[in-house]
Design a protein around this ligand. Structure first.
Ligand code: IVH
Length: 673
């Protein structure tokens, strides 16, 4: 390339990268893979290294993130929230080590920590006198978006850390950095829930975590299974640590969830540990896109300083890209428990990082249409931390012209009945209640944990029960005899007895479990618990009107309609009668547990101070009283507990002086059991 061409290329890269930054950081909707993005950054950095005179102040190399969006209040970080330089192989890591070794000879003797690089969203958490006071996203590294209320919904985030512990004084002002992300298991469960409710599913845990945190409704954040691990202290008015490891230990000791780290005595061992992590990446419970190697000695780290936005003392060892292309042989369709049709890809088998992949997720029919994925296409596949890879899109350039656009089936692939689409939802449904595919999924759901919890009734047995005609609906489980079971493959005396006992015991499940088990569209464990609490038994619920149901917290018009429809169906009514006759007919379990627990706080007094995250004071007061406790206005030696919210008043100081146990809202709920 001659000079003018090279300069043009640099401009083009800047524009493209800025656009991808915007898609990734502002919209949470990237259109390229991380490795393509990294590749573009590397190319631009190389050009700019050769021609530093071309660097523009707005070049993406001059900053590492996008500006915070206008919708949030801005929060200035107490110190720059730095990023990390990248290494793509062991050689890059050694080059980094040599570079910093030339700057400071102490590097040759130093030790390291290796941590997984969590693929989530950086957060900066402020604690004043041990209380979580505010928190922000990274933003541009100087100023972030204030998302305190959303952060508060994250269960693993400590709302308060003890002010004194084992002789250690907690700094009055402490700012901790960590990563908010989602465990893969939680992500999968969330998507299953959304799919079954006919809603749009999410593409990957990172975007889901980012989208859930960077939106303005904390109630929505609270329904997303976000979690937190911390790995740094950004500012503190007192320090008790000389190394990264001591600092992590301190964080852990005072109650922060802390990233796993491995101590390495030298760079060779740090490289070995990072390479091991590459091998282990799919065994991790969360997505990682690399390992972070950090110099352990904090004063050496400080002295090494910063280049641009990257500290010299640490480097991200990025994992190799896990994207490949292969041929899409065809598109299959699964039928789920609620009749939702889910498309998946049949692939020409291909290896991605040691695993042969033959099938991949295609999300939903809208996704196929949006990306114009056609059978016969060469497609780009990505295997993220997930075990099930997904199709990113077609490689349009290599089309032969014979590939025809895909049309979703109009009939259920299992029972051949017409499928239906609900206005406003992405999913297509098979609405035939007698569809065997649905029946199997329905029973699988009915017996699962959180529902009737019938241990030992796995999918293979469910399939046999349906195929042999022994079970035509969930209620038939309760009329199975030992002889019935002994006819099935793999059943001997003991196994049959065990299963019958488990089925019998499931009759004791409470109403909320039974409602979950019935699998009404959109009614998950949380909704079922609320319905059980409000209606107390199946008769009341079945008589509820659409309007009655709309009154219930968490029940919107779609779910209300689904509940009404469910009880209208004559098939379902027959199932209910059979369940009733079999003795599966609980009264509200919550009522019971309230009665049982009524005495839990009896004789105890509570004082409330500050603003509580979820409930009003009146609600908390009622909660305590329902459990037999009393709420009074001021703290004394006799106070049993102080319930602590945000911006507490002098009651907090007084309670601390008197050594009164302090709980937050969640702690209070736990106390009540
Ligand atoms: S250390 C000066 N440690 O990776 C401290 N970062 O590419 C620099 N990240 O913005 C960060 N896991 O969001 C560090 N164990 C870990 C990390 C980690 C994930 C993220 C972080 C940062 C990005 C840099």
């Amino acid at each position: 390339m001659d000079t003018t061409e090279l300069q043009k290329r640099a401009d083009e890269l800047r524009q493209e990268i800025s656009y991808h930054n915007y898609r990734y950081y502002v919209l949470n909707e990237p259109v390229v893979s991380d490795s393509e993005y990294d590749q573009q950054m590397i190319e631009l950095r190389e050009i700019e290294a050769e021609h530093p005179e071309w660097i523009t102040p707005d070049s993406p190399t001059q900053r590492t993130g996008a500006p915070p969006s206008e919708r949030f209040t801005k929060l200035r970080h107490p110190a720059a929230i730095l990023s990390l330089g990248n290494a793509f192989d062991a050689e890059d890591v050694r080059a980094w080590y040599e570079r910093i070794g030339r700057l400071d000879e102490r590097v040759r003797e130093t030790d390291f920590l290796v941590e997984p690089k969590l693929d989530g969203l950086t957060v900066v958490l402020h604690y004043q006198n041990g209380i979580f006071s505010q928190g922000a996203t990274r933003g541009d590294g100087e100023v972030g978006e204030e998302v305190t209320s959303n952060l508060r919904t994250i269960r693993s985030l400590p709302l308060r850390v003890p002010v004194q512990q084992n002789g250690i004084e907690i700094p009055d002002s402490l700012v901790v950095r960590g990563e908010v992300f989602m465990y893969l298991k939680d992500f999968d469960e969330l998507n299953t829930r959304l799919r079954e409710a006919g809603e749009k599913t999410y593409l990957n845990p990172r975007n889901t975590a980012a989208g859930s945190l960077r939106q303005l409704n904390p109630e929505l954040t609270a329904t997303r299974p976000l979690t937190l691990l911390t790995y740094d202290i950004v500012a503190s008015d007192r320090t008790f640590w000389a190394t990264n490891e001591e600092r992590l230990r301190f964080q852990k000791k005072i109650g922060f969830p802390v990233v796993d780290w491995t101590y390495c005595k030298d760079i060779d061992s740090a490289i070995d540990v990072s390479l091991d992590m590459v091998e282990q990446r799919y065994n991790m419970p969360y997505e990682t896109d690399g390992a972070v190697i950090k110099i352990n000695d904090l004063s050496l780290a400080e002295d090494l300083g910063v280049v641009g936005k990257d500290p010299r003392s640490a480097i991200a060892f990025k994992f190799p890209a896990v994207e490949v292309t292969t041929q899409l042989r065809g598109i299959g369709v699964n039928v789920g428990r609620t009749g939702v049709l889910t498309p998946y890809a049949f692939l020409e088998p291909v290896e991605i990082s040691g695993v042969i992949v033959k099938q991949a997720t295609l999300h939903n029919f809208d996704y196929i249409a949006e990306k114009d994925i056609r059978p016969g296409d060469r497609v780009l596949l990505k295997r993220a931390g997930d075990v099930i890879p997904y199709v990113i899109g077609p490689v349009v350039d290599v089309r032969t012209g014979d590939e025809k656009p895909y049309t979703p089936p109009r009939k259920c692939p299992v029972c051949d009945q017409e499928v239906e689409h609900i206005e406003g939802e992405v999913a297509w449904y098979c609405v035939n209640a007698a569809c065997p595919a649905q029946l199997i999924r329905n029973i699988e759901h009915f017996v699962s944990r959180g529902a009737m919890d019938i241990v030992g009734l796995g999918i293979k047995i469910v399939e046999q029960l349906v195929q042999s005609g022994l079970v035509k609906d969930v209620a038939d489980l309760y009329s199975l005899s030992k002889d019935d079971l002994l006819q099935l493959d793999g059943f001997a005396d003991k196994k049959a007895d065990n299963l019958l006992t488990a089925i019998e015991e499931s009759k004791n499940q409470n109403l909320s479990h039974l409602l979950t088990a019935l699998g009404i569209r959109g009614v998950g464990e949380v909704g079922a618990a609320e319905l059980a609490r409000q209606f107390e038994n199946i008769e009341n619920l079945s008589a509820a009107t659409f309007d009655d149901l709309l009154e219930i917290e968490g029940i919107g018009p779609n779910i209300a309609q689904a509940i009404v429809d469910w009880f209208m169906s004559s098939t379902n009514r027959k199932v209910l009668i059979k369940l009733h006759d079999a003795g599966v007919w609980p009264e509200s379990g919550t009522q019971m547990s309230q009665r049982e627990s009524a005495q839990i706080f009896s004789g105890q007094t509570f004082v409330i101070t500050g603003t509580l995250p979820e409930f009003s004071r009146q609600q908390v007061k009622e909660f305590i009283e329902r459990h037999g406790g009393r709420v009074i206005g001021s703290v004394s030696k006799k106070t049993s507990y102080l319930v602590l919210g945000d911006n507490p008043g002098s009651k907090f100081t007084k309670a601390e002086e008197l050594g009164i146990p302090i709980v937050d809202e969640e702690g209070l709920r736990k106390l009540a059991g």
